[in-house]
Design a protein around this ligand. Structure first.
Ligand code: ZN
Length: 241
């Protein structure tokens, strides 16, 4: 299984190099470091964000096998990180497969949008449909929305409500470093699929155009599957938009 499971298949796109915005290239010290891990049969991107305070947040823990669980916790422990929040862009199974492991190990409750409750409740059936085992995590313990700000370390992330792929999809935006953790809304050369329960194609397109495109071309998108991209690159090349 691959990206295609949770996205429309990418059409032919130019293979030009992405002009990704890297603070390092500007000789600026990034405050937030972003580490990503591609986990589980869906190759879902799990993100760990942290800075020099060593507090970290974990977004969409997809670690599935004991090896993947160990990879994530070994990274956290080798970097001396202290996980302080567990955040979900949405509750499709590939994004929550490691939720129970992370909740138990670091004593964290998961946070997501309230519109994801039915998606979470459907997760066991979805796992059976895809033929994978799901250790059902405890239900999300805190609901977050656009009015909230995710504060951690010395930084913060704005919350964007971007439904369409899933009814409560959220993206997390950092204005200082110009990046967005995008879940399954916008991919390099593709967009999230909309044929799963609660999905809606027109809603997804509106979310991308109104919430993501307005962030500006220089913003780097860290998606739920596949490589990072930029808003500018997708505006110019994404065949779905
Ligand atoms: Zn998804």
């Amino acid at each position: 299984m691959s990206l295609i499971v949770f996205a429309f298949a990418a059409k032919d796109i130019k293979s030009e190099r992405i002009d990704t915005y890297h603070l390092q290239n500007l000789n600026l010290q990034p405050m937030i470091q972003i580490s990503s891990f591609a986990f589980n049969p869906f190759q879902e991107n799990t993100y760990v964000l942290y800075d020099e305070t060593k507090e970290c947040i974990i977004i969409d823990p997809g670690c599935y096998t004991p090896l993947e669980q160990a990879e994530l916790s070994t990274f956290i422990e080798n970097e001396n990180l202290k996980p302080v929040r567990l955040i979900l862009t949405h509750c499709h199974i590939d994004h929550i497969l490691g939720c129970k492991y992370i909740s138990d190990r670091y004593k964290l409750i998961s946070e997501t949008n309230k519109n994801e409750i039915p998606v979470f409740e459907h997760a066991e059936r979805a796992a059976a449909i895809f033929g994978i085992r799901l250790e059902k995590p405890t239900p999300p313990g805190k609901f977050i929305d656009e009015k909230d700000v995710i504060k951690f370390c010395t930084s913060s992330l704005e919350i964007l409500f971007t439904p369409g792929h899933s009814p409560g999809s959220l993206c997390f935006y950092n204005n200082e470093q110009k990046f967005v953790i995008g879940g399954d809304v916008l991919f390099r050369g593709s967009i999230g699929r909309t044929d799963l329960p609660g999905g809606n194609f027109d809603t997804l397109i509106s979310s991308i155009q109104e919430k993501l495109f307005s962030l500006g071309d220089a913003v780097t998108v860290y998606p739920g599957h596949g490589p990072e991209t930029t808003i500018g690159y997708e505006k110019a090349n994404n065949p779905f938009l």
